[in-house]
Design a protein around this ligand. Sequence first.
Ligand SMILES: [Fe+2]
Ligand SMILES: [Fe+2]
Length: 470
Amino acid sequence: MSAIDYAEKIPNNVNLAGDRTLQRALEHWQPQFLQWWREMGPNDFAGAEVYLRTAISVDAQGWAHYGKVRMPDYRWGIFLADPVAERKIGFGDAMGQAAWQQVPGEYRSTLRRLIVTQGDTEPASVEQQRRLGHTCPSLYDLRNLFQINVEEGRHLWAMVYLLHAYFGRDGREEAGELLARHSGDADKPRILTTFNEPVSDWLSLYCFTYFTDRDGKYQLKSLAESAFDPLSRTCRFMLTEEAHHMFVGETGLSRVVKRSLEVMKETGSDDPDRIRAAGAVDLPLLQRYLNFWCSSSLDLFGSEISSNSAANFANGLKGRPDEGQYEDHVLREQTLNLVTPQGAADVPMLNALNEVMRESYLKDCEVGLKRWNRMIERAGHDLRLSLPSARFRRSIGAWAGQAVDPQGNPVPRQRYENSLAGWIPSEADKAFVHSLMRKVIEPGRMAGWIAPPERGINNLPLEHEYVKLH
Ligand SMILES: [Fe+2]
Ligand SMILES: [Fe+2]
């Protein structure tokens, strides 16, 4: 077990005290981070006391320590999972050689780019979610939002530590830029499109945490395989926190479905107008939100055919999620049959790894869909929710800009243009969802459009005052 020294200015288990130069550099970045949090984080709730989980060590007992905290006082720190003794590179052309404790010169800029791209998403999501506290459906949900926010802040710290510790001056400059770009900013936007989309209602938040945080999980899993050992150890610990974000998405959407089914039963109708009049989300509306956020998140995996991902794999920088589940870790001989608008073709597996990753991601996304459809079936309704095809509404890769319906079938361009507004949330849909967003802050109470969760946080009752607002 690696204990975290909370007496230090920056809690860490990387022996920061043993490297004065690095410690000073990070202590210089820390006030910039706090200023960013005060300006771009959930700053209207700076005085709220939130029942938060803080990591006090990285082992099973210590990483989930609960207590009331004001968010600006959260102890953001640097925690790496314990090292694996004599860890070897697990894939690519250098498989079997010792993992790297330093960055090899030839991979320096590529690794830095991978770390910056991951790091950029973390503060971006805090910025996207910063106003949601004003419309929380319950104190339980408000607390979960803030838990995610502080952890995304910590994930930024994780990446900034790597930049400072291993990339010298370039790394320090990149760490500054991570606080200078902002989600949706016209001049200095965040790097990836999904992280510039507004998340201005809670239905979008649950979709974002279901689909977009799950992309994060898959990126972290593939970086956890990296030959660059500090990156691997950082990502392994981040994954323990990431699981909670997807829990919020999956249970949030389950509760929306549950409430919709209750209202369908009460009204004896599945007519969207009647469901809406009763203050709940109709299931076709939910389907359009799923279509939007799933298709946007699918772009995050990049082009179907990518020489960058081939090189990253061959060189040991980025593996496949759960690399251990595969037989062949070198992939010089394998091909994948890929269908593009030009037809089907066998392409070298190494060049198709983005697609391999996207497919395993989609399989993971199916889990919630199955659960929600079972609920709908048990309630006696024929409608089924589904994931959109990976070809639908893509902006990156072979299917970018193609006229394809959510089932993946090519349709005439004109029909596509006319139908698209009905496949993703329309302005009227968004206005309706926004009309449901009213702050509910009495302990234990829930907004009318969402069912209560099955249990509270850390075995506390649902009625617990998870956030004390001032
Ligand atoms: Fe994160
Ligand atoms: Fe996350």
